[in-house]
Write a protein that binds this ligand. Sequence first.
Ligand code: MN3
Length: 193
Amino acid sequence: MKYSLPQLAYEYNALEPYIDTRTMEIHHTKHHQAYVNNLNLVLEKNPEIAQQKLEYLLENISSLDINEKDRIMLKNHAGGHLNHSFFWEVMAPKKQIDEKLAAEIKREFGSIQEFKNLFTSTAMSRFGSGWAWLVRDNKNKLSVYSTPNQDSPYLQGDIPLICIDVWEHAYYLKYQNKRDEYIEAWWHVLKLI
Ligand code: MN3
């Protein structure tokens, strides 16, 4: 199957002033599009796996019968596509609180604020490019961690619940090197809690 860039549920300027229009536009039409294009290339080269779900391919990445160069390309670009698709979905100009998730977060982390503190420090301490995640593992337990590059939680079979992109391309135009200010602003457009 051929993948394509998902439509956003909101306009590029909808997350202003927290995430600026230009960043949204470039991030979606250039960065995300590049992951989609490269994902399609690697799947065209490996048609025997192209019908499998991306989540399945990532969880089983090390045992797929493909060459090592393609394995890395698939990990990076299937990850890049899934990660960004999910990132657009967890944001919105207006909160749409997920009460069930919020209750679960309170149970697991003590309070929403304690969760935010942990998630923020996890996102801050990711050296270089990557992501911070709230995930559900296969024992139904919530946890917070970060991943480098475009590594997806599906690589270890975890289900993403919340994510933030901390690659510089996600914030450099507006926030330059101030990742802390970007994360602080991003909480306003995370729709779920
Ligand atoms: Mn990105």
